[in-house]
Design a protein around this ligand. Sequence first.
Ligand SMILES: [Zn+2]
Length: 306
Amino acid sequence: MSVLNQKTVKEVIKIDGVGLHNGKKVHMEIKPAEPNTGILFKRTDIKKDNCVIPGVFNVKSTLLCTTISNNYGISISTIEHLMGALYGTGIDNALIEIDNDEVPILDGSAKIFVDEINKVGTKISELPIKIIKIEKKIFLKDGTKSISIEPSKINLDIDFEIKYENSLIGTQRNIVKVYEDDLTQIYNSRTFCLYEDVEKLKKMNLAKGGSLENAVVVQDQKVLNKEGLRNNKEFVNHKILDCMGDLYLSGYKIIGKLICSQGGHKLTNQLLRKIFSDNSNFTIIEVKEKNIPNLYINRNILKSIA
Ligand SMILES: [Zn+2]
């Protein structure tokens, strides 16, 4: 059985939690799905027109989280950490059933999603995975924020940088090779905010479920969470997790080299829209082992594509 074939979860995964922004209780189940299904969300609290595809053009809002919506206005928010976990663990097909409009925030990272997926394991199908290979450099700028993607040989590299005035967060940069590196620190890194922004968010009717249980809160030179940080690049690592999750809204794994400075959900979505606006920007390939040059046949390199 090829490691490059499409995979799904072996068993149903059940997760309970609260939404970060709506503060409501939510029950979610990640279910096995047939090859070529992709990732599909289904709102079980709604009887009709309740399926939402996490696709590039279904992104309705990128204000603090990624919200997708179908043609009937049925939406699901804060999908990015779950999508990042599915991307990194190589889940190509899954049905996500959810009884509310926001994915549970859990500990603010992708740790629990990844642990649960690893616990049940994966089921490998007979069909090869499909990958988007970036063919041209695409660059976007929004004020001081920028993002670009360019062709690479076999990997998805994410080179991310954040620059905060708050000096505890400050400037952080990390580069990961998504299909080669150990992503544990990326998965474990939690969402974060500045203490002075908490009140603003609550006034905007956001972060109603937010607490020190599910977000790192920074006040001046101090992390307010008793346990401190989980790793010394937790802030930028979390942004890389968000970026992976948002990229998975392309519906495929990606081969390219992405460089982002101070971006986020909005810029990543704009980049994907730009990629898909011109067919010559990319090719979609089915990865069969015979298509891979000898140089890359080392399965370890491909562990996470697979
Ligand atoms: Zn996030």
